[in-house]
Design a protein around this ligand. Structure first.
Ligand code: 13P
Ligand code: SF4
Length: 304
């Protein structure tokens, strides 16, 4: 029996759903029940009637699934699938930052630990960060964390300034390296090709005039589906190209940076998904008091 067949059989036996992020390796995406961005997968995790959720993604995504659906068993096939961005701020650091800005509203990107979410008023993803910040009264100070490039982009879109919206100084090591200089060179080499970028990119706000659209990973997939352009330049982790090429074989999707590979998203392979189902590993749990406090911020995120 092939690994794929074994996974399909085990999924039925265990009454499990397999969720995969757009950056996962091709074969894991191909066997998943749902593939998408952080917001879409959070919503799927919340809605599923299956008893087991296997999360082919990174740890903060599996934690989010557990918090939103505490009665389910949530499995992360490789415990090494972390996220360097979510490690960039601890709950203790956030508490210290909050004490410097009493009364500020805390908006945390979903790429954070459960403990950081528990200290937050709102969570957001790349697809709704602008909407979440717009919903906060203009006279309220905001602490936005942990991604400064996403934060700069949100500031630019909402008309906020450094005085009313403070940013935590961290970035994703995969996206932060995509800089405006590289974008300018590539645009010159591929005249006429539209360029779409994830807001975590180091170019998302600085090189904004050169970027046609700033989109979450699912936003990019939708763009890929609808475009008639012969070529599109894609500034994000290269795992997404698989879905783009599947849904639109006539357009050429060119990565802006072939080295933009998230080592954490590549930890999960088919054998690990099979073992997760077979051996019930690795179970993701969140301390109930932490989950209770984090849920409020996450429910606001899935509602926006
Ligand atoms: P999306 O929510 O756009 O899929 O982004 C998640 C992520 O980790 C990007 O690095
Ligand atoms: Fe984290 Fe960056 Fe990987 Fe996304 S691409 S999971 S932000 S390290």
């Amino acid at each position: 029996m092939s690994l794929e067949e074994e996974i399909r059989r085990l999924k039925e036996e265990r009454n499990a759903v397999l969720l995969a992020h757009n950056y996962e390796v091709d074969e894991v995406q191909d066997i998943a029940d749902y593939v998408g961005d952080s917001l879409y997968l959070s919503r799927q995790a919340m809605q599923t009637d299956r008893t087991v959720i296997v999360f082919a993604g990174v740890r903060f995504m599996a934690e989010t699934a557990k918090i939103l659906n505490p009665t389910k068993t949530v499995l992360l096939p490789d415990l090494g699938a972390g996220c360097s961005l979510s490690d960039a701020i601890t709950a203790e650091q956030l508490r210290a930052w909050k004490s410097e800005h009493p009364g500020a509203v805390v908006v945390s990107y979903v790429n954070t630990s459960a403990e950081v979410k528990a200290e937050s008023d709102y969570c957001c993803t790349s697809s709704n960060a602008v909407r979440v910040v717009r919903a906060i009264p203009a006279d309220r100070e905001i602490l936005f964390l942990p991604d400064m490039f996403l934060g700069e982009y949100v500031r630019a879109q909402t008309g906020r300034t450094a005085r009313t919206m403070h940013l935590w100084p961290a970035d994703c090591h995969v996206h932060g390296r995509i800089r405006p200089e590289g974008i300018a060179r590539l645009r010159a080499e591929h005249p006429g090709a539209p360029l779409i970028a994830h807001p975590e990119c180091g170019c998302a706000s600085e090189a904004l005039p050169q970027v046609d659209q700033v989109l979450s990973t699912d936003g990019m997939v939708r763009f890929a589906k609808e475009t008639h352009a012969p070529e599109v330049l894609v500034a994000t982790e290269i795992g997404i190209l698989h879905r783009m090429r599947q849904i639109n074989p006539t357009t050429r999707f060119t990565p802006v940076d072939v080295g933009a590979v998230c080592p954490f998203m590549k930890k999960t392979d088919l054998a690990k998904v099979r073992d997760a189902l077979k051996l019930n590993r690795y179970v993701i749990d969140v301390r109930p008091d932490v989950a209770e406090r984090a849920r409020r911020a996450l429910e606001r995120m899935v509602a926006s």
